[in-house]
Ligand binder design. Structure first.
Ligand SMILES: [Zn+2]
Length: 463
Protein backbone atom coordinates (compact mmCIF):
# COMPACT_ATOMS: atom_id res chain seq x y z
CA UNK A 1 0.00 0.00 0.00
CA UNK A 2 1.22 3.51 -0.82
CA UNK A 3 0.79 5.63 2.29
CA UNK A 4 1.44 8.75 0.26
CA UNK A 5 -1.80 8.22 -1.67
CA UNK A 6 -3.85 7.84 1.51
CA UNK A 7 -2.35 11.02 2.96
CA UNK A 8 -3.13 12.96 -0.18
CA UNK A 9 -6.76 11.79 -0.18
CA UNK A 10 -7.09 12.83 3.49
CA UNK A 11 -5.88 16.28 2.55
CA UNK A 12 -8.57 16.57 -0.15
CA UNK A 13 -11.52 15.83 2.15
CA UNK A 14 -13.05 19.32 2.25
CA UNK A 15 -12.70 19.80 -1.51
CA UNK A 16 -14.20 16.39 -2.18
CA UNK A 17 -17.25 17.21 -0.08
CA UNK A 18 -17.66 20.58 -1.79
CA UNK A 19 -17.40 19.05 -5.27
CA UNK A 20 -19.83 16.27 -4.45
CA UNK A 21 -22.34 18.89 -3.33
CA UNK A 22 -21.96 20.66 -6.66
CA UNK A 23 -22.98 17.51 -8.50
CA UNK A 24 -25.83 16.55 -6.15
CA UNK A 25 -27.40 19.99 -6.64
CA UNK A 26 -27.98 19.21 -10.32
CA UNK A 27 -31.12 17.07 -10.80
CA UNK A 28 -29.66 14.90 -13.56
CA UNK A 29 -32.72 12.76 -14.06
CA UNK A 30 -33.55 11.63 -17.59
CA UNK A 31 -35.75 14.28 -19.20
CA UNK A 32 -36.73 13.57 -22.82
CA UNK A 33 -38.64 16.89 -22.97
CA UNK A 34 -35.43 18.91 -22.85
CA UNK A 35 -33.33 16.51 -24.94
CA UNK A 36 -31.65 17.82 -28.08
CA UNK A 37 -28.32 17.90 -29.90
CA UNK A 38 -25.50 17.59 -27.34
CA UNK A 39 -28.04 16.78 -24.63
CA UNK A 40 -29.47 13.38 -25.56
CA UNK A 41 -30.80 12.76 -22.04
CA UNK A 42 -32.10 16.26 -21.34
CA UNK A 43 -30.85 19.41 -19.68
CA UNK A 44 -30.12 17.93 -16.22
CA UNK A 45 -27.76 15.33 -17.66
CA UNK A 46 -26.16 17.99 -19.85
CA UNK A 47 -25.63 20.30 -16.88
CA UNK A 48 -24.13 17.61 -14.69
CA UNK A 49 -21.72 16.57 -17.43
CA UNK A 50 -20.61 20.20 -17.78
CA UNK A 51 -20.02 20.34 -14.04
CA UNK A 52 -18.04 17.08 -14.09
CA UNK A 53 -15.87 18.46 -16.89
CA UNK A 54 -15.39 21.73 -14.96
CA UNK A 55 -14.34 19.86 -11.81
CA UNK A 56 -11.92 17.65 -13.73
CA UNK A 57 -10.34 20.73 -15.29
CA UNK A 58 -10.03 22.40 -11.91
CA UNK A 59 -8.17 19.29 -10.73
CA UNK A 60 -5.75 19.68 -13.62
CA UNK A 61 -7.13 17.10 -16.02
CA UNK A 62 -8.36 17.41 -19.54
CA UNK A 63 -11.80 16.09 -20.28
CA UNK A 64 -13.47 15.20 -23.52
CA UNK A 65 -17.22 15.46 -24.06
CA UNK A 66 -18.82 12.75 -26.18
CA UNK A 67 -21.81 14.74 -27.44
CA UNK A 68 -23.49 14.78 -24.07
CA UNK A 69 -23.57 10.99 -23.79
CA UNK A 70 -20.42 10.65 -21.72
CA UNK A 71 -17.14 12.31 -20.84
CA UNK A 72 -13.66 10.91 -20.56
CA UNK A 73 -11.04 12.25 -18.16
CA UNK A 74 -7.52 10.98 -18.71
CA UNK A 75 -4.21 11.02 -16.93
CA UNK A 76 -0.86 9.69 -18.10
CA UNK A 77 0.08 8.25 -21.45
CA UNK A 78 1.17 5.08 -23.17
CA UNK A 79 1.08 1.55 -21.82
CA UNK A 80 -2.11 -0.15 -20.73
CA UNK A 81 -5.29 1.83 -20.28
CA UNK A 82 -6.88 1.35 -16.88
CA UNK A 83 -10.49 2.48 -16.88
CA UNK A 84 -12.89 3.66 -14.23
CA UNK A 85 -16.56 3.75 -15.16
CA UNK A 86 -18.97 6.00 -13.23
CA UNK A 87 -22.25 7.70 -14.02
CA UNK A 88 -23.61 11.16 -13.30
CA UNK A 89 -27.31 10.57 -13.99
CA UNK A 90 -29.68 9.75 -11.13
CA UNK A 91 -33.10 8.15 -10.70
CA UNK A 92 -36.17 10.27 -9.88
CA UNK A 93 -37.12 11.04 -6.27
CA UNK A 94 -40.34 10.37 -4.39
CA UNK A 95 -42.18 12.03 -1.50
CA UNK A 96 -40.43 10.05 1.21
CA UNK A 97 -37.41 12.32 1.45
CA UNK A 98 -36.93 14.09 4.77
CA UNK A 99 -34.64 16.68 3.18
CA UNK A 100 -34.49 18.25 -0.27
CA UNK A 101 -32.87 15.49 -2.35
CA UNK A 102 -31.13 18.08 -4.53
CA UNK A 103 -29.87 20.25 -1.69
CA UNK A 104 -27.23 18.08 0.01
CA UNK A 105 -27.03 18.23 3.79
CA UNK A 106 -24.42 16.74 6.10
CA UNK A 107 -25.73 15.24 9.30
CA UNK A 108 -24.17 12.72 11.69
CA UNK A 109 -21.19 12.13 9.40
CA UNK A 110 -23.34 11.45 6.34
CA UNK A 111 -24.17 13.46 3.28
CA UNK A 112 -27.81 13.07 2.27
CA UNK A 113 -28.94 13.73 -1.29
CA UNK A 114 -29.93 11.97 -4.50
CA UNK A 115 -26.86 10.44 -6.11
CA UNK A 116 -24.59 10.73 -3.08
CA UNK A 117 -23.89 7.00 -3.20
CA UNK A 118 -25.23 6.19 -6.70
CA UNK A 119 -23.08 7.34 -8.31
CA UNK A 120 -21.93 10.93 -7.83
CA UNK A 121 -20.05 10.25 -4.59
CA UNK A 122 -18.06 7.39 -6.12
CA UNK A 123 -17.48 9.56 -9.22
CA UNK A 124 -15.87 12.28 -7.10
CA UNK A 125 -13.97 9.67 -5.07
CA UNK A 126 -12.60 8.26 -8.33
CA UNK A 127 -11.73 11.72 -9.66
CA UNK A 128 -9.73 12.57 -6.53
CA UNK A 129 -8.06 9.16 -6.64
CA UNK A 130 -6.71 10.24 -10.03
CA UNK A 131 -5.60 13.53 -8.51
CA UNK A 132 -3.71 11.68 -5.76
CA UNK A 133 -1.98 9.52 -8.35
CA UNK A 134 -1.01 12.64 -10.29
CA UNK A 135 0.27 14.56 -7.27
CA UNK A 136 2.06 11.58 -5.72
CA UNK A 137 4.59 11.60 -8.55
CA UNK A 138 4.54 7.79 -8.51
CA UNK A 139 5.80 6.30 -11.71
CA UNK A 140 3.16 4.59 -13.82
CA UNK A 141 3.32 2.01 -16.55
CA UNK A 142 0.22 3.07 -18.44
CA UNK A 143 -2.55 5.61 -18.12
CA UNK A 144 -5.96 6.19 -16.56
CA UNK A 145 -9.23 6.79 -18.38
CA UNK A 146 -12.15 7.80 -16.18
CA UNK A 147 -15.33 7.46 -18.21
CA UNK A 148 -18.46 9.19 -16.93
CA UNK A 149 -21.78 8.26 -18.49
CA UNK A 150 -25.11 10.10 -18.32
CA UNK A 151 -27.58 7.30 -18.95
CA UNK A 152 -26.68 4.41 -16.70
CA UNK A 153 -30.05 4.35 -14.98
CA UNK A 154 -32.22 4.15 -18.05
CA UNK A 155 -30.53 2.27 -20.84
CA UNK A 156 -26.72 2.53 -20.79
CA UNK A 157 -26.85 4.42 -24.09
CA UNK A 158 -24.00 6.58 -22.77
CA UNK A 159 -21.31 3.92 -22.60
CA UNK A 160 -22.63 2.26 -25.75
CA UNK A 161 -22.18 5.54 -27.60
CA UNK A 162 -18.74 6.05 -26.11
CA UNK A 163 -17.69 2.62 -27.37
CA UNK A 164 -18.70 3.56 -30.91
CA UNK A 165 -16.10 6.37 -30.71
CA UNK A 166 -13.28 4.87 -28.64
CA UNK A 167 -11.90 1.48 -27.77
CA UNK A 168 -12.70 -0.05 -24.43
CA UNK A 169 -10.00 0.40 -21.77
CA UNK A 170 -7.81 -2.69 -21.40
CA UNK A 171 -8.92 -3.35 -17.88
CA UNK A 172 -10.73 -1.50 -15.14
CA UNK A 173 -13.35 -1.21 -12.47
CA UNK A 174 -16.66 0.49 -11.92
CA UNK A 175 -17.31 2.27 -8.60
CA UNK A 176 -21.04 1.60 -8.94
CA UNK A 177 -21.63 -1.62 -7.00
CA UNK A 178 -20.20 -3.07 -3.82
CA UNK A 179 -16.96 -3.82 -2.06
CA UNK A 180 -15.00 -6.00 -1.77
CA UNK A 181 -15.27 -6.79 -5.50
CA UNK A 182 -18.03 -8.32 -7.64
CA UNK A 183 -16.64 -10.92 -9.99
CA UNK A 184 -19.86 -12.53 -11.20
CA UNK A 185 -23.36 -11.26 -11.95
CA UNK A 186 -26.31 -13.40 -12.89
CA UNK A 187 -27.90 -13.29 -16.33
CA UNK A 188 -31.11 -11.27 -16.56
CA UNK A 189 -34.28 -11.95 -18.52
CA UNK A 190 -37.25 -9.62 -18.37
CA UNK A 191 -40.50 -10.41 -20.06
CA UNK A 192 -44.05 -9.21 -20.43
CA UNK A 193 -47.26 -11.18 -20.80
CA UNK A 194 -50.12 -9.29 -22.39
CA UNK A 195 -53.37 -11.20 -22.27
CA UNK A 196 -56.96 -10.28 -23.12
CA UNK A 197 -59.63 -11.39 -20.66
CA UNK A 198 -63.33 -11.51 -21.45
CA UNK A 199 -66.12 -10.56 -19.08
CA UNK A 200 -69.52 -10.90 -20.75
CA UNK A 201 -72.48 -8.72 -19.75
CA UNK A 202 -74.22 -10.06 -16.72
CA UNK A 203 -71.05 -11.31 -15.04
CA UNK A 204 -71.86 -11.31 -11.34
CA UNK A 205 -68.44 -10.21 -10.13
CA UNK A 206 -66.81 -7.95 -12.65
CA UNK A 207 -63.09 -7.17 -12.34
CA UNK A 208 -62.76 -3.50 -13.15
CA UNK A 209 -59.11 -3.02 -12.47
CA UNK A 210 -56.01 -4.68 -10.99
CA UNK A 211 -52.87 -2.84 -9.97
CA UNK A 212 -49.98 -4.65 -8.32
CA UNK A 213 -46.34 -3.56 -8.07
CA UNK A 214 -44.65 -0.60 -9.73
CA UNK A 215 -41.37 -1.78 -11.28
CA UNK A 216 -40.23 -5.17 -12.48
CA UNK A 217 -37.08 -5.19 -10.36
CA UNK A 218 -38.81 -4.83 -7.01
CA UNK A 219 -40.86 -7.39 -5.09
CA UNK A 220 -44.30 -5.72 -4.92
CA UNK A 221 -45.58 -4.84 -1.47
CA UNK A 222 -49.10 -3.95 -2.61
CA UNK A 223 -51.65 -5.39 -5.03
CA UNK A 224 -55.18 -4.06 -5.37
CA UNK A 225 -58.27 -5.35 -7.13
CA UNK A 226 -61.38 -3.30 -7.95
CA UNK A 227 -64.56 -5.40 -8.24
CA UNK A 228 -68.00 -4.39 -9.41
CA UNK A 229 -71.32 -6.16 -9.00
CA UNK A 230 -74.38 -6.09 -6.82
CA UNK A 231 -73.80 -4.85 -3.30
CA UNK A 232 -74.93 -8.19 -1.96
CA UNK A 233 -72.52 -10.31 -4.00
CA UNK A 234 -69.64 -7.95 -3.34
CA UNK A 235 -70.35 -7.98 0.38
CA UNK A 236 -70.00 -11.76 0.29
CA UNK A 237 -66.61 -11.41 -1.37
CA UNK A 238 -65.58 -8.83 1.21
CA UNK A 239 -66.65 -11.12 4.04
CA UNK A 240 -64.75 -14.10 2.69
CA UNK A 241 -61.71 -11.91 2.13
CA UNK A 242 -61.48 -10.70 5.69
CA UNK A 243 -58.48 -8.50 4.87
CA UNK A 244 -58.15 -4.78 4.21
CA UNK A 245 -60.89 -3.55 1.87
CA UNK A 246 -62.71 -0.38 0.98
CA UNK A 247 -65.60 0.86 -1.18
CA UNK A 248 -64.95 3.29 -4.01
CA UNK A 249 -67.88 4.55 -6.11
CA UNK A 250 -69.73 1.30 -5.51
CA UNK A 251 -66.69 -0.82 -6.32
CA UNK A 252 -65.13 -3.12 -3.75
CA UNK A 253 -61.38 -2.58 -3.45
CA UNK A 254 -59.34 -5.42 -1.99
CA UNK A 255 -55.76 -4.70 -0.88
CA UNK A 256 -53.15 -7.41 -0.59
CA UNK A 257 -49.93 -6.47 1.13
CA UNK A 258 -46.44 -7.88 1.06
CA UNK A 259 -42.90 -6.77 1.82
CA UNK A 260 -40.83 -5.08 -0.85
CA UNK A 261 -37.27 -6.10 -1.67
CA UNK A 262 -34.97 -5.95 -4.66
CA UNK A 263 -35.88 -8.57 -7.23
CA UNK A 264 -32.39 -10.04 -7.01
CA UNK A 265 -33.03 -10.92 -3.36
CA UNK A 266 -36.68 -11.96 -3.38
CA UNK A 267 -36.23 -14.07 -0.26
CA UNK A 268 -36.03 -10.81 1.70
CA UNK A 269 -39.50 -9.78 0.55
CA UNK A 270 -43.02 -11.11 0.22
CA UNK A 271 -44.78 -10.74 -3.10
CA UNK A 272 -48.22 -9.14 -2.62
CA UNK A 273 -49.45 -10.35 -6.02
CA UNK A 274 -49.29 -14.03 -5.04
CA UNK A 275 -51.93 -13.97 -2.26
CA UNK A 276 -54.06 -11.89 -4.61
CA UNK A 277 -53.96 -14.66 -7.25
CA UNK A 278 -54.64 -17.31 -4.63
CA UNK A 279 -57.69 -15.49 -3.29
CA UNK A 280 -59.15 -14.34 -6.61
CA UNK A 281 -59.09 -17.75 -8.27
CA UNK A 282 -61.68 -18.95 -5.74
CA UNK A 283 -64.02 -15.95 -5.87
CA UNK A 284 -67.53 -16.98 -6.95
CA UNK A 285 -69.25 -15.13 -9.78
CA UNK A 286 -66.22 -14.26 -11.96
CA UNK A 287 -66.45 -14.81 -15.70
CA UNK A 288 -64.98 -18.11 -16.90
CA UNK A 289 -62.17 -16.30 -18.62
CA UNK A 290 -61.22 -14.33 -15.54
CA UNK A 291 -61.37 -17.41 -13.39
CA UNK A 292 -59.08 -19.22 -15.81
CA UNK A 293 -56.76 -16.21 -15.85
CA UNK A 294 -56.29 -16.23 -12.07
CA UNK A 295 -56.11 -20.02 -11.85
CA UNK A 296 -53.46 -20.20 -14.56
CA UNK A 297 -51.32 -17.46 -13.07
CA UNK A 298 -51.66 -19.05 -9.69
CA UNK A 299 -50.45 -22.36 -11.11
CA UNK A 300 -47.47 -20.72 -12.77
CA UNK A 301 -46.33 -18.24 -10.16
CA UNK A 302 -47.84 -18.93 -6.77
CA UNK A 303 -45.09 -21.23 -5.55
CA UNK A 304 -42.77 -18.32 -4.90
CA UNK A 305 -39.56 -16.97 -6.38
CA UNK A 306 -37.68 -20.07 -7.52
CA UNK A 307 -39.62 -20.75 -10.71
CA UNK A 308 -40.33 -24.37 -9.84
CA UNK A 309 -43.83 -24.44 -11.30
CA UNK A 310 -42.62 -22.92 -14.54
CA UNK A 311 -39.88 -25.53 -14.61
CA UNK A 312 -36.91 -23.20 -14.56
CA UNK A 313 -35.71 -23.63 -10.97
CA UNK A 314 -31.97 -24.22 -11.05
CA UNK A 315 -28.79 -23.19 -9.32
CA UNK A 316 -25.06 -23.33 -9.69
CA UNK A 317 -22.23 -23.52 -7.26
CA UNK A 318 -20.92 -20.08 -8.08
CA UNK A 319 -24.00 -17.87 -8.00
CA UNK A 320 -26.78 -19.85 -6.31
CA UNK A 321 -30.41 -20.11 -7.24
CA UNK A 322 -32.32 -18.65 -10.14
CA UNK A 323 -34.69 -15.99 -8.85
CA UNK A 324 -38.03 -15.02 -10.34
CA UNK A 325 -40.08 -11.93 -9.57
CA UNK A 326 -43.58 -11.28 -10.82
CA UNK A 327 -43.05 -7.57 -10.32
CA UNK A 328 -46.03 -5.89 -11.97
CA UNK A 329 -49.61 -6.81 -12.80
CA UNK A 330 -52.09 -4.48 -14.47
CA UNK A 331 -55.59 -5.05 -15.73
CA UNK A 332 -57.96 -2.57 -17.25
CA UNK A 333 -60.42 -2.47 -20.16
CA UNK A 334 -60.17 -6.19 -20.78
CA UNK A 335 -56.39 -6.31 -21.18
CA UNK A 336 -53.99 -7.65 -18.59
CA UNK A 337 -50.27 -7.08 -18.49
CA UNK A 338 -47.65 -8.78 -16.34
CA UNK A 339 -43.94 -8.09 -16.02
CA UNK A 340 -41.48 -10.67 -14.76
CA UNK A 341 -37.78 -10.42 -13.88
CA UNK A 342 -35.50 -13.48 -13.84
CA UNK A 343 -31.94 -13.62 -12.50
CA UNK A 344 -30.22 -16.71 -13.85
CA UNK A 345 -27.16 -18.47 -12.44
CA UNK A 346 -23.89 -17.64 -14.18
CA UNK A 347 -23.37 -21.09 -15.68
CA UNK A 348 -26.88 -21.39 -17.10
CA UNK A 349 -27.77 -20.76 -20.73
CA UNK A 350 -30.38 -17.98 -20.90
CA UNK A 351 -31.85 -19.34 -24.12
CA UNK A 352 -32.75 -22.61 -22.41
CA UNK A 353 -34.42 -20.81 -19.52
CA UNK A 354 -36.36 -18.75 -21.99
CA UNK A 355 -37.46 -21.75 -24.03
CA UNK A 356 -38.86 -23.47 -20.95
CA UNK A 357 -40.57 -20.30 -19.73
CA UNK A 358 -42.15 -19.75 -23.13
CA UNK A 359 -43.40 -23.34 -23.51
CA UNK A 360 -44.86 -23.56 -20.04
CA UNK A 361 -46.59 -20.18 -20.23
CA UNK A 362 -48.09 -21.15 -23.58
CA UNK A 363 -49.59 -24.27 -22.04
CA UNK A 364 -51.85 -21.87 -20.16
CA UNK A 365 -52.53 -19.72 -23.17
CA UNK A 366 -50.06 -16.96 -22.26
CA UNK A 367 -47.59 -15.56 -24.74
CA UNK A 368 -44.56 -14.13 -22.97
CA UNK A 369 -42.35 -11.69 -24.86
CA UNK A 370 -38.92 -10.83 -23.53
CA UNK A 371 -37.57 -7.30 -23.77
CA UNK A 372 -34.30 -7.86 -22.03
CA UNK A 373 -31.89 -10.78 -22.13
CA UNK A 374 -28.57 -9.81 -20.63
CA UNK A 375 -25.90 -12.47 -20.42
CA UNK A 376 -24.15 -12.99 -17.11
CA UNK A 377 -20.85 -11.38 -16.25
CA UNK A 378 -18.12 -13.66 -15.04
CA UNK A 379 -14.48 -13.01 -14.36
CA UNK A 380 -12.89 -15.87 -12.40
CA UNK A 381 -11.78 -15.17 -8.85
CA UNK A 382 -8.31 -16.16 -9.92
CA UNK A 383 -8.10 -13.49 -12.66
CA UNK A 384 -5.34 -10.94 -11.94
CA UNK A 385 -7.84 -8.05 -11.98
CA UNK A 386 -10.00 -9.61 -9.26
CA UNK A 387 -7.03 -10.71 -7.20
CA UNK A 388 -5.42 -7.28 -7.40
CA UNK A 389 -8.54 -5.36 -6.35
CA UNK A 390 -9.34 -7.82 -3.60
CA UNK A 391 -5.77 -7.60 -2.39
CA UNK A 392 -6.03 -3.81 -2.20
CA UNK A 393 -9.31 -4.04 -0.32
CA UNK A 394 -8.09 -6.58 2.20
CA UNK A 395 -4.82 -4.79 2.82
CA UNK A 396 -6.56 -1.45 3.36
CA UNK A 397 -9.37 -2.76 5.56
CA UNK A 398 -7.55 -5.55 7.36
CA UNK A 399 -10.34 -7.93 6.33
CA UNK A 400 -10.05 -11.35 4.74
CA UNK A 401 -12.92 -10.82 2.34
CA UNK A 402 -13.60 -12.81 -0.79
CA UNK A 403 -14.87 -11.70 -4.20
CA UNK A 404 -18.66 -11.84 -4.38
CA UNK A 405 -21.41 -12.76 -6.80
CA UNK A 406 -24.64 -10.79 -7.16
CA UNK A 407 -27.95 -11.05 -8.96
CA UNK A 408 -27.91 -7.44 -10.04
CA UNK A 409 -26.82 -6.02 -13.34
CA UNK A 410 -24.08 -3.40 -13.05
CA UNK A 411 -22.49 -1.02 -15.48
CA UNK A 412 -19.68 -3.53 -16.08
CA UNK A 413 -21.75 -5.60 -18.45
CA UNK A 414 -21.28 -3.03 -21.19
CA UNK A 415 -17.51 -3.23 -21.11
CA UNK A 416 -14.94 -6.01 -21.16
CA UNK A 417 -12.60 -6.90 -18.33
CA UNK A 418 -14.26 -4.67 -15.75
CA UNK A 419 -15.57 -5.54 -12.31
CA UNK A 420 -17.57 -3.53 -9.79
CA UNK A 421 -15.44 -2.24 -6.94
CA UNK A 422 -17.38 -0.34 -4.24
CA UNK A 423 -18.71 2.03 -3.10
CA UNK A 424 -21.04 0.13 -0.71
CA UNK A 425 -19.14 -1.62 2.07
CA UNK A 426 -20.26 -5.08 3.23
CA UNK A 427 -21.55 -3.66 6.54
CA UNK A 428 -23.71 -1.03 4.81
CA UNK A 429 -27.28 -1.17 3.57
CA UNK A 430 -27.77 -0.69 -0.15
CA UNK A 431 -29.35 2.78 -0.52
CA UNK A 432 -29.19 3.31 -4.26
CA UNK A 433 -32.54 4.52 -5.64
CA UNK A 434 -33.99 4.82 -2.11
CA UNK A 435 -35.39 7.91 -0.46
CA UNK A 436 -32.94 9.58 1.96
CA UNK A 437 -29.96 8.13 0.11
CA UNK A 438 -26.69 9.08 1.76
CA UNK A 439 -22.98 8.39 1.73
CA UNK A 440 -20.99 8.20 4.94
CA UNK A 441 -18.16 10.75 4.83
CA UNK A 442 -15.78 8.16 6.28
CA UNK A 443 -16.83 5.67 3.58
CA UNK A 444 -16.57 8.33 0.87
CA UNK A 445 -12.95 9.06 1.80
CA UNK A 446 -12.13 5.39 2.26
CA UNK A 447 -13.54 4.56 -1.18
CA UNK A 448 -11.34 7.25 -2.70
CA UNK A 449 -8.27 5.79 -0.99
CA UNK A 450 -9.20 2.34 -2.25
CA UNK A 451 -9.57 3.69 -5.80
CA UNK A 452 -6.20 5.43 -5.63
CA UNK A 453 -4.52 2.30 -4.34
CA UNK A 454 -6.28 0.17 -6.94
CA UNK A 455 -5.23 2.47 -9.78
CA UNK A 456 -1.67 2.30 -8.63
CA UNK A 457 -1.76 -1.47 -8.15
CA UNK A 458 -2.99 -1.84 -11.74
CA UNK A 459 -0.45 0.64 -13.14
CA UNK A 460 2.61 -0.04 -11.03
CA UNK A 461 5.64 -0.71 -13.24
CA UNK A 462 6.77 -4.32 -13.06
CA UNK A 463 9.98 -4.65 -11.08
ZN1 LIG B 1 -25.47 3.37 -10.27
Amino acid sequence: MEKKLNDLIESYQEDMIADLKRLVRIPSVLDPDTAGPGAPFGQGARDVLDEVIRISEELGFEAKDYDGYAASVRYGSGGREVGMLCHADVVPVDDNWLTDPFDPVIKDGRMYGRGTVDDKGPLIAAMYAMKAIKESGLELDGHINHIIGCNEETGHECIKYYLTKEKCPDIGFSPDGSFPVIHAEKGIIRYTITHPVEQPDGTAVFVKKIAGGTVVNAVPNLAKVWLEGSKEVLQEVADSFGGEHAWEDGALVLSFTGVSAHSMQPWLGKNAILPMLAFMKDVNGLSDDVKKFFTSLDSLYADGWEGKNIGIACEDQLSGKLTMNLGVIRFENGISELKVDLRCPVHIDLEQIWKTTDINCQKYGFHPVYWQMRPPLYIPKEAPLVETLLGVYNEMTGEKAEAITIGGGTYCRDVINFVSFGPVFPYEKELAHEANEFIGIKEFIMASKLYAQALYALLRPEV
